[in-house]
Design a protein around this ligand. Structure first.
Ligand code: AKG
Length: 275
């Protein structure tokens, strides 16, 4: 059992995140990287932009990670036993690029209510201060949602470049992970990440998010998969389970799901960004 310990749950409740949690072997993490790099070679641009989302719908490798029991045991400690997967996102920062993530709260534009959900950030490569790991502002999840400026910065990996200003960087904590470890973070914790100053890519495979079956999508339509327990509320339509890598039928469902997701991400926005 890798259910979180009492100490880890206390840490999460106090700080709004918990890390590191060992979930995958190095080999399993490398397999994810190979899958990403295979797709990038064979289907250029497919997993860029909006395509970085819902990737578990077009690859059994990604899908199996979402169903990993060590991950689900930890997630269960936070949101309970009825768990749905409602999305995945690749957060990739290549070496020599200027990608960053401004400080934000996930719950601001995501439409998932109530906040019985948690995001699992799974390190496919090591993630550290040199290559731009996430930084959390501990305790910030206890406050209300903050104002976010919509900046649409080219290098911002967030949809609208949504930014909470004046976060005291010295109060934030780096989430340092080795490949195969994960962090879990709360819907309202303020977090972001800086530049990758290393010579290799930094890759996070992010289940965004695991939701309790009582969580609705109030801004639009999402496609879910059951991970554990019962779907007590049946709010959502089910997604396909991928039959292979980039199978035509799966791509059709994937495209539909991404279009619906884009409507949620840009609900009420004055323009669209590249994700
Ligand atoms: O990968 C990053 O640096 C940020 C990811 C993020 O903001 C998230 O998973 O909520």
């Amino acid at each position: 059992m890798t259910n979180l310990s009492e100490q880890q749950i206390k840490f999460y409740n106090e700080k709004g995140y918990v890390a590191p949690i060992d979930v995958l072997s190095i080999q399993e993490a490398n397999e994810i990287r190979e899958e990403i790099e295979t797709i990038e070679k064979k289907w250029p641009n497919a997993i860029e932009g909006l395509g970085r989302n819902y990737v578990h719908m077009i690859s059994p490798v990604f899908n199996n990670v979402c169903l990993n029991n060590k991950i689900l045991d930890a997630v269960e400690s936070i949101i309970g036993k009825n768990i749905l997967i409602c999305g995945t996102t690749l957060f990739i920062k290549n070496a020599n690029e200027k990608g960053f993530v401004s400080f934000h709260q996930d719950a601001k534009y995501i439409g998932l209510e109530p906040h019985n959900w948690v995001t699992a950030w799974i390190a496919v490569t090591n993630s550290n201060e040199e290559n731009g790991c996430m930084r959390m502002w501990p305790g910030s999840h206890k406050e209300d949602l903050k104002n976010h400026e919509q900046k649409f910065d080219e290098d911002n990996l967030l949809t609208r470049g949504q930014t909470i200003e004046n976060v005291p960087i010295e109060e934030t904590e780096p989430v340092i992970l080795k490949a195969g470890q994960m962090s879990l973070h709360h819907p309202t914790v303020i977090h972001g990440s800086g530049l990758n100053r290393s010579n290799d890519r930094r890759i996070g495979f992010v289940v965004q998010s695991y939701i309790g079956s009582n969580v609705d999508q109030v801004l639009g339509k999402i496609y879910v998969q059951k991970a554990r327990g019962e779907d007590t509320h049946q709010f959502h339509e089910y997604s396909n389970v991928p039959k292979g890598l980039m199978v035509k039928e799966d791509i059709i469902s994937w495209n539909k799901a991404k279009d619906e997701l884009s409507k949620i991400f840009y609900s009420g926005a004055t323009k669209k960004g590249k994700y």
